[in-house]
Write a protein that binds this ligand. Sequence first.
Ligand SMILES: [Zn+2]
Length: 228
Amino acid sequence: MFEDLLSLLFPESCYACSGSLARGEKYICTGCSVKLPYTDFHEHGATELNPLQRRFWGKVPVRFAFSYLYFMPKGRVQRLLHQLKYKGAKELGEHLGQRYGSLLSDHQYNQQFDLIVPVPLHKNKLRRRGYNQAEHFAIGLSQSMEVPYNGKAILRNTHTSTQTRKSRLDRWQNVEQVFEVARPELVLGKHVLLVDDVLTTGATLEACARALLAAGASEVSIATIAAA
Ligand SMILES: [Zn+2]
């Protein structure tokens, strides 16, 4: 009863449209849930029908590349990511991870992965924000897929201060050197699901995937909340 009273006084709002949540709704209202731009990439597995998969061809061997949603500027997905990244909505990351994880489990993908690893945040950003949004997505995936996660498996080195003055190629090579696996024995012989909040160019995920494979991971797959 106290909770009912609380929600009457302070109705929670939808992270995607800011409208009030109805009783029983959590984080995202039913209207938004229905209208979110789901990719369904997982239905195509690792085939050429999966457009995200194709983006890694010839770059780095990726077993599966999945994204829950299409990134669309100024839409619901951008608002969700903004809440997760800048408004402290860690629970939203976990919620999206749980939803996507149960969808992937429905297609037996949970049996594929041995370990879930988020792309690390730069140390300064982590200090400012207080949390790594990709890690909270990883936690949700881990809970619903029952696959362990490790938020500290990959380290991000800090020598990237001159990045803006470099050419595109230099920048790419620079990203390449930034990641290293903290303890290779954690990933050795494992199929690692590498996760991030959003995929834009894919360069960061590519560099992390390389680092994991170099450290002895048997396979790497990728999952993000959204893909541009
Ligand atoms: Zn909504």
